[in-house]
Design a protein around this ligand. Structure first.
Ligand SMILES: Nc1nc2c(c(=O)[nH]1)N[C@H]1C(S)=C(S)[C@@H](COP(=O)(O)OP(=O)(O)OC[C@H]3O[C@@H](n4cnc5c(=O)[nH]c(N)nc54)[C@H](O)[C@@H]3O)O[C@H]1N2
Ligand SMILES: Nc1nc2c(c(=O)[nH]1)N[C@H]1C(S)=C(S)[C@@H](COP(=O)(O)OP(=O)(O)OC[C@H]3O[C@@H](n4cnc5c(=O)[nH]c(N)nc54)[C@H](O)[C@@H]3O)O[C@H]1N2
Ligand code: SF4
Ligand SMILES: [Mo]
Length: 757
């Protein structure tokens, strides 16, 4: 790989002139527009540039100037001395006091050779499924991974594919696929026009929204209230969002499905259904009515902790608002990652459909992005259970197995056992259930490679790490989150600064890997010489087609350029181009895909009868070993944290430790623990020590911890994070607790107990 670079090694002088650059933040789904002040060269002609300041871009039609403290940390990431800029390989040496691991910098050429050889050899020896892939969350936040990643992954021909999706939003995709015929057909709440918003298991004031790209959500909720609308939050904790809501219902964790079925029950029982324009398309309405009959609000109240009168009132308020401007139920992480994630997300869609709020202003709508991945068929409609995992028999979804089975597929001998792993922009040791077990399994692999710029809890197990550039060093067009935004916007950002000499973008890494791997496994590939040659040629071509060229082609294909939306125009408007509010479009896209909406998919039809006893019978306390009182563990996000990987920025981790166990005063009394005291929390899978934060803002019997902490593992090379390690909630969560239908990780309501204070 020869990359010519001018000498940019000198830092710009302190009084060097500053330039203004517009970009976006890719850290979370809000994709806020940013304005950077940059000193030095931004085009490679002078000393390497330095970011002087980061501010919100007032001219951005979506984010309107909003940012959060993490945006400024993009500068810290750029400057972080711990961030890898060159490939490294792990070298274990025998010293006088035992073995020592060190990371040796190697050339890109050597690194690619090692990776291709390591993966190809495993495939030759153990078959394609012995090579696994785990793709973490930033893959969808970095468009080069979206445009070029599949080139390489598809070549591996492995069924052992995993991603953060199954520790997150998998139920949304299953339900979208079942109801609307496409895994990405997720209706987005029309927050700017609705009159009633019911939020379950989401805390957008901390997370800045999810499956709802909604920068400046606080102002949008305020506007909802000032136009006479209502915000209701259902969450076991009185979150930042619950605190500004009109009403907060502190539900018992893991019971949302029961409560939502009671809402559906009430809509039928009180004749509140009004499906509106979609009515002629709905199949099996009567079957839903019959199936929810046992789940009256009275029958589920003991389980959920929400009294029947409140449930009935919420159903009535939602129905009333539906005929006065629109209402929408929205559920996120907290309801996806539980034992009944799919049933919960299905019930949410059913409520929105039965009240006529899907595909209408003020309800929830599909978006109309300039590049529509559904319409352009750039993503398949999805499939569930086309095959099952080897050990547990968990279903695949759209070619991926749930990450809860990853460790057991590595640890269980037999044909198809995973022997090699590629992680790309992921940290599954901290982010997947029973992370400690995975940590141990990774240490036993024959070969591991990570595409990542940190030596963290996961990548420390790699044989080779391929580090891509960081966000401000490459251009960006948000292929995924512009699809999920509360307003239609198109925005392309140039790189903010010149990349460091000799570095590669993610897409370049994939393009190179794809080409070299194709040559290496030539003999293993099926198909004739012609098809194999075509594959090689495509890969050679894709190496010459950077993401922005594909964007230009895509805009043309989508017909967007016909309406004047070209790459040149996007370049002239780095703040973004407003394409207007969400518009009804579901019916048109439905007819093209799947003509009707089956309200009662087979997976739900067989599931509901099985839930009657559990949801409406006597409430059984959680199993508790040796008689210890058992608490239900849930998660938590903090605005200054970003999953597991922004903890190496001093400004984001300074101040009081945030990895604390929230506990209700009654439980603190029962366990004789005081605020600030460190306790050992245990579960079936492990134990961790964390300080307790006593607060009446959490439901009794429930404790909450944030995820993404636990940086004290040996070999991590992130100095700031190591100085603020915290402990990993996923040493307590359980790979055996999963959603009954999709096998998505069930992080909510994990039984834990306090071992020692
Ligand atoms: N208990 C519990 N567990 C959870 C959650 C929870 O709420 N509770 N949340 C879950 C959710 S929603 C998610 S999405 C997952 C996230 O889980 P993961 O995706 O596994 O983990 P992240 O912490 O996002 O790690 C991202 C990694 O990508 C690297 N990275 C960042 N940018 C780039 C880039 O541009 N290119 C490359 N190649 N690498 C990059 C970072 O250095 C880091 O190592 O965690 C899940 N785990
Ligand atoms: N600051 C910050 N922002 C982020 C991230 C981050 O790590 N930090 N991560 C990003 C990612 S990858 C994602 S997916 C999104 C997630 O965005 P959100 O879905 O908004 O995530 P959380 O803030 O974790 O909110 C989940 C809420 O569910 C509640 N909850 C837990 N269990 C239950 C339950 O059983 N029932 C109900 N009703 N509620 C429950 C929790 O108390 C919590 O308030 O955030 C994104 N934005
Ligand atoms: S809310 Fe913060 S982290 Fe999310 S995109 Fe905006 S600035 Fe970035
Ligand atoms: Mo996520």
């Amino acid at each position: 790989m020869a990359h010519a670079h001018p000498d940019t090694s000198k830092a710009p002088a302190a009084d060097a002139p500053t330039h203004t650059r517009h970009g976006a933040c890719n850290l979370c789904e809000a994709i806020c527009g940013l304005t950077f002040q940059v000193q030095g060269s931004v085009d490679g002609t002078g000393p390497q540039a330095r970011i002087v300041s980061v501010k919100g871009n007032e001219a951005d039609p979506l984010s309107r100037g909003h940012i959060c403290p993490k945006a400024v940390a993009l500068k810290d990431l750029h400057e972080d001395p711990d961030r890898l800029r060159q490939p490294v390989k792990r070298v274990v040496e025998q010293g006088p006091h035992g073995s020592i691991t060190r990371w040796q910098t190697i050339t890109w050429d050597e690194a690619f050779d090692l990776v291709v050889e390591g993966l190809a050899r495993t495939r030759e020896q153990h078959g394609p499924n012995a090579v696994a892939v785990y793709q973490g969350n930033p893959n969808v936040h970095n468009w080069g991974n979206v445009t070029h990643g599949h080139l390489f992954f598809s070549q591996l021909k492995t069924r052992s594919r995993f991603s953060a999706t199954s520790a997150d939003q998998l139920p949304h995709h299953v339900v979208a696929h079942w109801l609307y015929g496409h895994q990405l057909a997720i209706p987005i709440p029309d927050i700017d026009r609705t009159q009633f918003m019911l939020v379950l298991g989401g805390n957008p004031l901390a997370s800045n929204g999810s499956l709802m790209t909604v920068p400046d959500v606080r102002a949008r909720f305020k506007a909802l209230k000032s136009r006479g609308g209502k915000l209701v939050v259902v969450d076991p904790r009185r979150t930042e969002t619950a605190a500004i809501a009109d009403e907060h219902l502190a539900i018992d964790p893991g019971t949302d499905a029961a409560w939502l079925l009671s809402l559906v029950h009430t809509l039928f029982a009180e004749e509140l259904t009004q499906p509106g324009a979609l009515a002629p398309l709905l199949d099996h309405v009567q079957a839903v009515r019959d199936a929810v009959a046992p789940f009256s609000p009275e029958a589920t109240a003991a389980l959920t902790g929400i009294d029947a009168a409140t449930t009935r009132r919420i159903a009535r308020e939602l129905a009333a608002a539906s005929s006065q401007g629109g209402a929408v139920a929205y559920g996120r992480m907290g309801v996806s990652t539980q034992a009944h994630g799919v049933v919960s997300q299905w019930a949410i869609q059913v409520i929105n459909l039965l009240t006529g709020n899907i595909d209408r202003e003020g309800g929830a709508l599909l978006t109309s992005p300039a590049l529509n991945l559904i319409q352009m068929k750039l993503m398949g409609p999805g499939h569930l259970g086309a095959w099952r995992s080897r050990v547990r028999g968990a279903p695949e979804f759209s070619g991926e197995l749930p990450v809860s089975v990853l460790a057991e597929e590595m640890l269980t001998p037999g044909r198809g056992q995973i022997k090699a792993l590629l992680t790309a922009a992921g940290n599954p040791v901290l982010s997947t259930p029973n992370g400690r077990q995975l940590d141990e399994a990774l240490a036993k692999l024959d070969f591991m490679v990570a595409i990542d710029f940190y030596v963290n809890e996961t990548t420390r197990h790699a044989d080779v790490i391929l580090p891509p550039t960081c966000f401000v060093e490459h251009d960006h067009y948000d292929l995924v989150f512009l699809h999920l935004a509360v307003r239609n916007v198109a925005r392309y950002s140039e790189p903010i600064v010149e990349r460091a000499p000799g570095t590669l973008h993610d897409w370049e890494i994939y393009a190179e890997l794809a080409q070299r791997y194709a040559r290496r496994v030539w003999a293993l590939e099926r198909g004739g010489v012609a098809s194999r040659l075509a594959g090689l040629l495509t890969r050679g071509l894709m190496k010459r087609l950077p993401p922005h060229r594909l964007l230009a082609i895509g805009l043309n294909r989508a017909g967007a350029s016909a309406q004047g939306l070209t790459l040149a125009k996007l370049r002239a408007h780095p703040e973004g181009i407003d394409l207007g509010p969400l518009k009804p479009s579901l019916v048109a896209s439905l007819t093209a895909r799947k003509k009707r909406i089956d309200l009662m998919p087979a997976g739900i039809r067989s599931e509901l009868p099985q839930l009657v006893a559990a949801f409406t019978g006597p409430v059984t306390p959680l199993a508790s070993p040796s008689g210890r009182p058992t608490l239900k563990l849930i998660g938590r996000r903090d605005v200054r944290s970003n999953n597991s990987w922004m903890h190496n920025s001093e400004r984001l981790v300074s101040g009081k430790p945030r990895c604390t166990l929230w506990m209700h005063p009654d439980d603190a009394l029962r366990h004789a623990v005081a605020d600030g005291q460190t306790v050992t929390v245990a579960s079936r899978t492990g134990r961790i020590a964390v300080p307790v934060h006593v607060s009446a803002d959490i439901r009794p019997g429930v404790v909450s911890l944030p995820h993404g902490w636990g940086h004290d593992r040996e070999g991590v090379q992130m100095a700031v994070a190591q100085a603020h390690p915290g402990a990993s909630i996923n040493d307590l969560t359980d790979d055996r607790l999963t959603d009954r239908i999709s096998a998505n990780a069930a992080f909510s309501a994990v039984p834990v107990w306090i071992e020692a204070a």
